[in-house]
Design a binder for this molecule. Structure first.
Ligand code: SF4
Length: 724
């Protein structure tokens, strides 16, 4: 019952926002969701945060796309100073599905024939299901003919995954978040779990209440700091130095778990030689943390019976993001804090299905289950599995898989602006559920790139900033309107059921991908509403047998949530991995020493402040869903920039003042908010607000390994426009 009124039905699903993966039940009355309840899922035990509980009415928003749209002839793709059109009719006309799909696929196929497979690229989405991610990457690989496929993992934890694959042989977490309850010490770095993984934060707070020590290491002191035993508010960009100082202390003070290192770890001598140059006394003036505090934290971590590291994008979104993660792996390895309850490595995954989309191969260098595209054996297996031989006579789909890794998100934007003479110039794109015109760094560059494409197809539920630049817009289904699986940060594959019909003529994403595929020469038939999803899942399960082989569709229908690795029907799944060996070629963990590398852009006289971007509790990523959720929008209706009170005072600014924040790449106007957790010399901005898009300011410099942009550090200036 909702108040005194009965609901018509209840449908079980998964929260569509963050990687915690809370299980939910939609309560439906008169074909509308009227409330959401938490279910007793393994990740949430009935709990929900404000997004999960109140972020649902976006699905009923009047701005939902309900008909396919085709750009009107002669309407320019106005990317400079991009502003929201008053109505979609300014840019587009309505079309039938056949007309829109013929144009969408026909132009992509024509570009492929004229310029070759590398002229095309696709962005899938971590907001979609595993089945959609799997089918989308299969379309790009077997229909477009290249590996130019990526998604927002590139903007999120790509560097963490690069370090984890290199070091421990698996990009996923070693222990579920809930395992913090068994951790004597919980080391949270570069993460704001109370805002971004709120239910996960409740397990940390519970653990602290029962006596666990939380260490928060972050340039910003966020809410979880209230529960911390020690807070390391280090200077932004000095992570590698600070972490090496902890490693140095562990080695110098003879706190290394040598039995574990001898049995399971390689390259210790190289790590030791590297760490020798990072004594806490030498690093303290660099990172701003007293040497004694660094030593105290290192000792506590090493001596704890169990210690777990959880990290977020404050670690990964740097040009040294991979190095940051290498240091975290090393700290766990040399102290033996991995492979047992309450001890291990947990990169807190952002989107609800970023783990699953990456597992399913929605990345340019790997097929499903992280099999490298440049491995001839893996390629031969997938060519056979996907039935690519022989190639059809007279063109259409390619007969072999591309052997070279594709371009990543930011690289694809560069390639869209490459000169005509570049044989790998990207000319056409298919974007499903991503909003790079808001989420990419240096948005003027990204929007210019999107506008320069000869053909852009966007599939989404709203006319996003990216869709404004499209040639064809395909109206898709929101999460409550489809059945599918998503894999959370804990490696749990979880099933969401369709609760509603899509509005108007909007269609399931899986159907749309297939329609594009069929028009590009692929004979795909995954038919039936639920049977089609199940067929895709079962095909994906075969391709990912080593991880989800024991999780059949029927099992998911019965259980809702199963953890992988799961090898057989009676395997309960393994929440804690690396207990005996690491999935590396040698079975041992490989330490990789890291040296400090400065951020790509430093503050100077003209741009004296550091900008850190991120999320806030009420809004999700580029805001397309949460800003159309009435309760969430009412709580946080407008963009603000957070600045320390002393910084405001020294600049003669007041909270609430309208300011312009500018970098070398652009400027935005918004109001100031006082936040004394934000350090001096720094501004924090969420990136959810199109009218003050933080990514107009950010820098597109990339981590060389994970190819992730440096969202967490660039130089900006503030000018006051009016008083508060
Ligand atoms: Fe949804 Fe994450 Fe909140 Fe859970 S913690 S309700 S998954 S946003």
């Amino acid at each position: 019952q909702i108040g005194s009124q009965a609901v018509d039905r209840r449908v079980d699903s998964v929260c569509p926002f963050c990687g915690v993966g809370c299980l939910i039940t939609y309560q439906i009355r008169e074909e509308k969701i009227v409330s959401v309840q938490g279910r007793d899922g393994p990740a949430n035990h009935g709990r929900l945060c404000v997004k999960g509980r109140f972020g649902f009415d976006y699905a009923h928003h009047p701005e939902r796309l309900t008909r396919p749209l085709i750009r009107k002839p002669g309407v320019p793709k106005d990317w400079q100073g991009q502003t929201r059109p008053a109505h979609w009719r300014e840019l587009f006309r309505e079309a039938s599905w056949d007309e829109a799909l013929d144009l969408a696929a026909g132009q992509l196929a024509a570009l492929r024939e004229r310029h070759g497979p590398k002229a095309l690229a696709g962005f899938g989405s971590a907001k979609g299901s595993n089945e959609e991610a799997y089918l989308f990457q299969k379309l790009v690989r077997t229909g477009f003919g290249s590996n130019n496929v990526d998604h927002c993992t590139r903007l999120c934890h790509a560097s963490s995954v690069a370090a984890l694959l290199e070091g421990v042989g698996s990009g996923a977490v070693s222990n579920p978040v809930h395992d913090v309850e068994h951790a004597e010490l919980i080391f949270v770095i570069g993460a704001n779990p109370t805002a971004n993984h709120p239910v996960a934060a409740t397990w940390m707070k519970n653990a602290a209440r029962r006596g666990s020590k939380i260490v928060l290491a972050d340039p910003r002191v966020t809410d979880i700091g209230r529960h911390a035993w020690r807070t390391l508010q280090f200077r932004a960009d000095t992570d590698v130095a600070m972490l090496n100082a902890l490693i140095h202390t562990v080695i110098e003070e003879d706190l290394v778990d040598m039995a574990f290192v001898r049995a399971r770890v390689d390259n210790f001598d190289a790590l030791k030689a590297n760490a020798a140059g990072y004594s806490p006394e030498a690093v303290a003036p660099v990172c701003g943390i007293p040497a004694q505090t660094l030593r105290e934290v290192a000792r506590a971590f090493a001596r704890a019976r169990s210690a777990m590291i959880l990290w977020g994008m404050g670690v990964s979104q740097h040009v040294h993001g991979t190095d940051n993660a290498r240091c975290l792996i090393a700290l766990c390895a040399i102290t033996g804090q991995i492979g047992k309850p309450g001890s291990g490595l947990h990169p807190l995954r952002g989107q609800n299905n970023v783990q699953g989309a990456s597992d399913a191969g929605l990345i340019p260098m790997m097929f499903p289950n992280y099999q490298r595209v440049d491995d001839p054996e893996a390629r031969a297996w997938f060519e056979n599995f996907w039935g690519l031989h022989p190639a059809p006579a007279g063109g259409g789909r390619p007969g072999a898989l591309d052997a070279t890794p594709g371009y990543t998100v930011v690289e694809i934007m560069h390639k869209a602006l490459a000169p005509e003479s570049d044989p790998h110039k990207v000319r056409g794109m298919y974007i499903m559920g991503e909003n790079p015109a808001m989420s990419d760094p240096d948005l003027n560059h990204a929007r210019h790139a999107l506008a320069s494409l000869e053909h852009l197809v966007v599939q989404d539920i709203f006319l996003t900033e990216t869709a404004w630049l499209a040639d064809v817009v395909l109206p898709a289904s929101a999460w409550p309107e489809k059945t599918g699986t998503a894999s959370n940060t804990d490696r749990m594959v979880q099933l969401g059921r369709r609760a509603l019909n899509a509005p108007g003529d909007a269609r399931p994403d899986l159907w749309i991908i297939q329609q594009i595929a069929q028009r590009m020469g692929l004979d795909w038939r995954y038919e039936g509403e639920e049977s089609g999803v199940a067929a895709v899942y079962e095909e994906m399960r075969q391709a990912m047998h080593a991880s989800i082989g024991g999780i059949s569709w029927e099992r998911l229908v019965r259980a809702s949530s199963v953890t992988y690795p799961c090898h057989s029907a009676d395997d309960p799944g393994q929440p804690i991995v690396f207990t005996e060996r690491f999935p590396t070629p040698t079975g041992r963990l490989k330490l990789v020493p890291a040296q400090t590398i400065p951020a790509a852009e430093q503050p100077d006289a003209e741009y004296p402040l550091v900008l850190i971007t991120g999320r806030q509790l009420e809004h999700w990523h580029t805001g397309s869903m949460t800003r159309r959720s009435s309760v969430l929008d009412a709580i946080e209706p407008m963009a603000t920039a957070s600045v320390h009170g002393d910084e405001l005072r020294c600049r003669g600014l007041q909270p609430g003042a309208l300011v312009r924040i500018r970098s070398r790449r652009g400027g935005v106007q918004l109001r100031l908010r006082r936040d004394d957790g934000t350090p001096h010399g720094t501004v924090f901005m969420p990136f959810a607000y199109g009218e003050a898009a933080a990514n107009l300011l950010t820098h597109a410099a990339l981590d060389p390994f994970g190819k992730i942009p440096e969202f967490k550090y660039c130089a900006v200036a503030i000018e006051q426009l009016d008083a508060a």
